[in-house]
Design a protein around this ligand. Structure first.
Ligand code: P6P
Length: 342
């Protein structure tokens, strides 16, 4: 019996034909998803081979590096440096831009990624993931610098994540909607299982780290307070709170069934600009959410229109079901107007 499922390879070939692409994308994405498959295997075997621990080192964010952070970063570099598709790479785990070694050809794209987001969860078997974003390398640039990566999220040509959970799922957009694939380990391929993912405009589910309530801006406090009033409150319905503390898992839930994810800038993280990073967390997730019909804002503007000022810049992230995000945007506007009127 012929297996009639659509593999990632078939999907990308059909996409390539539709957009009359050069075929570079097919090759480029294959390297990226091969790296994700290898990381999936490494993460799954962590407890068996003793890679769940921490290193003595810290990453550029000043966070203790986990062994699997470094392994995942090295896997991404190794699998993506040879293809001749990328001009350079940048990662949460490296302070500076990674230049393609001279023995390999360079391409016209830039790859920026968080190799293992949520890695602090890996030791307690909570889902973690890889987030990636692909930009065009500026014309004529052969030795890309950090400056060349500082492009607004609207410039992304592709974004996606791999979620290492009960199954390994790949979710991807190239600007023509969002599609999800599940790794079939029997054939070693990702198979299309979530075609045309959409974020419902309405929701009754929100995600935020409520231990930070005392730091929140008035607009966030107002939204969460109304949600917690349940059906008796202004929303007229009961909400559920879900907080996995692994952005990839939280965003995947929202792409799968709707919801609101908030990691806002607050009085405690304001001096750093927020918690989550713009180039390799907020922008790729915003591209996916918008392509699936949701919204992604800082609280006051569209995340993908923010002009980056640094490779590891942090930003406020509020994304998900359109109707609730529009409300949160309005609450920030009203709070700012009230503050000005004082
Ligand atoms: P907190 C993981 O470290 C991460 O960067 C995101 O994946 C996640 O949403 C957030 O931090 C969790 O932060 O403060 O709740 O531990």
């Amino acid at each position: 019996m012929q297996d009639m499922r659509t593999t990632f390879t078939h999907f990308i070939i059909e996409e390539q034909r539709r957009v009359k692409g050069s075929g570079v994308f097919t090759s480029l994405l294959h390297e990226v998803i091969t790296a994700c498959k290898i990381i999936s295997s490494q993460v799954g075997r962590g407890a068996l081979v003793g890679t769940h621990g921490n290193l003595e080192t810290e990453n550029v964010q000043g966070e203790t590096q986990k062994i699997l952070d470094v392994i995942s970063n090295e896997v991404f570099l190794k699998e993506n440096q040879m293809s001749g598709n990328f001009a350079a790479m940048a990662s949460e785990e490296m302070e500076d831009v990674y230049q393609i070694p001279s023995q390999y050809p360079k391409g016209n794209y830039l790859l920026v990624f968080d190799p293992l987001d949520g890695s602090s969860n890996v030791g307690v078997n909570v889902s973690v993931g890889t987030i990636f974003s692909i930009l065009r390398c500026p014309e004529g640039v052969t030795e890309p610098t950090a400056e060349d990566f500082l492009q607004p999220g609207t410039q992304q040509v592709c974004a996606g994540y791999a979620l290492y959970g009960s199954s390994t799922t790949l979710v991807l957009t190239t600007g023509r909607g969002v599609n999800g694939f599940t790794l079939d380990r029997n054939i070693g391929s990702f198979v299309l299982t979530h075609p045309n993912m959409r974020v419902p405009e309405e929701t009754a589910e929100y995600a935020i780290n409520s231990s930070r309530t005392r730091f929140w801006e008035p607009a966030i406090k107002r939204y969460v307070d109304e949600v917690q009033q349940g059906a008796e409150g202004p929303n007229g319905k009961n909400y559920t709170l879900r907080w996995i503390a692994s952005m990839v898992a939280d965003v995947h839930r929202i792409l799968s069934r709707g919801g609101v994810f908030m990691y806002p800038m607050d009085s405690d993280n304001k001096d750093k600009g927020g918690k989550l990073r713009l180039l390799y967390e907020a922008n790729p997730m915003s591209f996916l959410i918008e392509q699936a019909g949701g919204m992604a804002i800082t609280g006051r503007q569209r995340i993908m229109e923010v002009q980056p000022t640094g490779l590891h810049q942090r930003i406020s992230v509020i994304l998900g079901s359109k109707n609730d995000i529009e409300k949160i945007l309005r609450y920030h506007q009203e709070a700012d107007e009230a503050a000005k009127a004082k």
